[in-house]
Write a protein that binds this ligand. Sequence first.
Ligand SMILES: O=C(O)c1ccccc1NCC(=O)[C@H](O)[C@H](O)COP(=O)(O)O
Length: 205
Amino acid sequence: MTRIKCCGMTRIEDALLAAQLGADAIGVILTARSKRRVDIAQARAICAALPPFVGTVALFMDDEAALVREVIDAVQPDLLQFHGNESDAWCAQFGRRYLKAIAMGDGVAALPRLHDYPGAAALLLDGHGLGEAGGSGKAFDWSLMPTDLKQPLILAGGLSAENVAAAVRIARPWAVDVSSGIESAPGIKDPAKMAAFVQAVRAAG
Ligand SMILES: O=C(O)c1ccccc1NCC(=O)[C@H](O)[C@H](O)COP(=O)(O)O
């Protein structure tokens, strides 16, 4: 079964609907680099509203360590996600499990970077270019998804109800991650798109 993370939640009602529909995790974005940014109080309210067994992920992109610590204390997310040029040692300093996003927009040139994060709980392969923010809606060449890495791989970038079944079939990821493909506007999730996305992933197996 392919797990599902719905990212970029800015409203409690959207996060609750994702949970009801069967999403395995939701993401809240704390970095100023995002148009889906929430403040710490919003992130805490969204995460605290969720039922048990739905994971929470707090996202950062080249942010100050002090912000990450503040979020850990206030929000208590299950996982951290780092989306920028952070090193593995930098990500590990918080003593928390983390996902490391890898920009796959450069195609094969990005592949060596997949070996730079042995401490990450999983790698999230995203469609944008190096140095660009996530949530871009850009897909990458799914056939580049490696099969020889020990870490679980999360497929992200430009996924939607229309293409996710093909993506799962080609890339065989541990999980898929989606943001703009389930939105009506940045940070505003669309119930019909979210339901169709979860259904398409479940049908894909
Ligand atoms: O979504 C953002 O606005 C964002 C900004 C800066 C860093 C990371 C960001 N999102 C990270 C995610 O995990 C997204 O879900 C992922 O990039 C996929 O987004 P999309 O292509 O829109 O499905």
